[in-house]
Write a protein that binds this ligand. Structure first.
Ligand code: GTP
Ligand code: MG
Length: 268
């Protein structure tokens, strides 16, 4: 049984930075993980790239040869990956052991998580190759400071969750940039009633019914739960990793004891 994290989320939400910090953390604790680049547009890496989509297809070549722009070019690359998925994965995975732990650093184009089926097919292939897969959805904490941004962030994450049908861990990235932690705390694990009253206060009265439906939807899918991640703190990375590991049953036999991470706790 192999294990995999699919690191997804909007452009610039911190996916690649998370991958490199996770890699460093795992090196420190002498745990082996392999980071895979699935972004055909990526150029610089702060982690050793174990597998690389750019060896299959590169965005620069596609843009030059087909005259496509960056987004159209990226979609072309992902469709090309989809068409060659089985061959590519089979060949690449040949270099790894059956119980290896892979972390896939994905591109940030939101359409990949809403209606384009490539990632879903990708996940199906991984499952067929006996991987336990978890979606790790990163959302920038800067977008969590008011209710309307919170709801739109939840809906974007929800659309990925519905599309991928995977165990799903929501992470609030870049917590080091949040000066007032209290602003964020309200949204970490909020009461639906609190969300609804906040939303009603921010919107014109004619939206009351829609607001209620939105909060119910978000609540029904148990989406209203985000884990804050502060990459400066080892304990924070450790806690996030333990939650993800639980969701894919990694290390179930190991005696892992990690106490809850308190974002207010400044100790390393
Ligand atoms: N302060 C701070 N900045 C961060 C953090 N994570 C990422 N950044 C910055 O946010 C920007 C985007 O980070 P990336 O890791 O490239 O984000 P990404 O999600 O991989 O972006 P795309 O691959 O383009 O979708 C960079 O300038 C990072 O330095 C963090 O935890 N704290
Ligand atoms: Mg990236």
């Amino acid at each position: 049984m192999g294990y995999a994290q699919l690191v997804i989320g909007p452009a610039g939400s911190g996916k690649s930075t998370y991958c490199s910090s996770l890699y460093q953390h795992c090196e420190t604790i002498r745990r082996t993980i392999h980071i895979v680049n699935l972004d055909p547009a990526a150029e610089h890496f702060d982690y050793p790239v174990a597998m690389d989509i750019r060896e299959l297809i590169s965005l620069d070549d596609v843009m030059e040869e087909l005259g496509l722009g960056p987004n159209g070019g990226l979609m072309y690359c992902m469709e090309h990956l989809e068409e060659n998925l089985d061959d590519w994965l089979t060949e690449e995975l040949d270099n790894y052991l059956d119980d290896d732990y892979l972390v896939f650093d994905c591109p940030g184009q939101i359409e990949l998580y809403s209606h384009v089926p490539v990632l879903r097919n990708f996940v199906e292939h991984l499952k067929r190759k006996n991987f336990n897969v978890c979606a790790v959805y990163l959302l920038d904490s800067q977008f969590m400071t008011d209710i309307t941004k919170f709801v739109s962030g939840c809906l974007a994450s929800l659309s990925a969750m519905v599309q991928l049908e995977l165990p799903h861990v929501n992470i609030l990235s870049k917590m080091d940039l949040v000066s007032n932690k209290k602003d964020i705390e309200d949204f970490l694990d909020p009461e639906p009633r609190f969300l609804l009253s906040e939303l009603n206060q921010h919107m014109a009265p004619q939206f009351a019914k829609l607001n209620k439906a939105l909060i119910e939807l978000v609540n029904d899918y148990s989406m209203v739960s985000f884990i804050p991640l502060d990459l400066r703190k080892e304990k924070s990375i450790q806690y996030v990793l333990s939650q993800i590991d639980n969701s894919i049953q990694y290390g179930e036999d190991a005696d892992v004891k990690i106490k809850d991470f308190d974002p207010e706790d400044d100790d390393e």
